[in-house]
Design a protein around this ligand. Structure first.
Ligand SMILES: Cc1cc2nc3c(=O)[nH]c(=O)nc-3n(C[C@H](O)[C@H](O)[C@H](O)COP(=O)(O)OP(=O)(O)OC[C@H]3O[C@@H](n4cnc5c(N)ncnc54)[C@H](O)[C@@H]3O)c2cc1C
Length: 227
């Protein structure tokens, strides 16, 4: 049963810059002291009545007392400004876990992951969780960012190809999303496939069209729309 979302208080334990405009923060829970969640879920940070920003949990359920969030602060709105103010010791509030962009315990299909820019965050969590659980099913990740520096978690993902021989990793650096074209080229057969696509709405729609044209059912394309 998915965990019910709870109001949470946490303290910032560490903040790291993964790229000039991409920050990662570790939040140690105060109340409740641990949070049960599934890899790929997100938390909601409140800014006022009906005003929230969502951040996917980059870490895995194996660490239920410290959650890692990772944000691209380029949009420079409320959420980005909040993320930039995070400093060790600061107290933060959020609600979570939320969302169904997860690879549940009954999901046995081979997986295609497609990440546009910071959309890598929930996918990184799902891949790390699979590895921690010793689940080495065939999986492919297609990941595109606008430049090398923004390809966060790249070293970790490359390392994963050495531990997990059924894992194929296709990073790409482009100023114009070519993800749908890459998916079109790479995916020959959609039998027994489930796809997880995260990023901007336009790219998600194009990738889904490509996969559906190859015969994948609409419901086999899971989506996490960040923008
Ligand atoms: C389920 C979910 C999970 C999310 N997880 C993350 C996460 O892990 N990390 C993260 O950085 N963001 C994540 N987001 C996006 C995040 O909630 C905010 O929208 C983002 O941080 C921008 O907020 P802002 O207030 O700074 O800018 P806003 O004022 O909200 O946005 C300004 C404009 O930028 C667009 N925009 C927002 N994000 C991006 C982007 N990355 N690239 C290009 N345009 C963008 C918005 O659509 C809007 O048009 C997630 C969103 C959802 C719905």
């Amino acid at each position: 049963m998915p965990a019910k979302p709870a109001a949470c208080r946490a303290r910032v334990a560490a903040v790291r810059a993964l790229a000039p405009a991409i920050l990662e923060a570790d939040l140690t829970l105060v109340e409740p002291p641990v949070l049960a969640f599934e890899a790929g879920q997100w938390v909601s940070v409140p800014f006022g009545p009906k005003l929230v920003r969502a951040y996917s949990i980059a870490s895995t359920p194996r660490s239920p007392s410290t959650l890692t969030l990772c944000a691209d602060v380029t949009p420079a709105g409320l959420g980005s400004r909040w993320f930039r103010t995070l400093t060790p010791g600061a107290e933060v509030e959020f609600k979570g876990p939320l969302g169904g962009f997860v690879l549940g315990p009954t999901e046995t299909r081979r997986a295609l992951f497609v990440a546009e820019e910071i959309g890598i965050v929930p996918i990184r969590a799902i891949l790390a969780d699979l590895a921690e659980r010793g689940d080495y099913r065939p999986a492919t990740l297609v990941y595109e960012a606008h430049d090398e520096a923004a390809l966060v978690y790249d070293a970790e993902l490359r390392a994963r190809t050495r531990e997990h021989l059924g894992f194929a990793y296709h990073p790409s650096v482009s100023r114009e999303s070519g993800l749908a074209a890459i998916v079109d080229r790479l995916v020959i057969d959609v039998t027994g496939l489930v796809a997880y696509v995260a990023g901007g709405e336009a790219t998600i729609a194009r990738v889904r069209e490509v996969l559906m044209a190859k015969g994948l059912e609409r419901k086999s394309v899971k989506r996490e729309k960040f923008w």
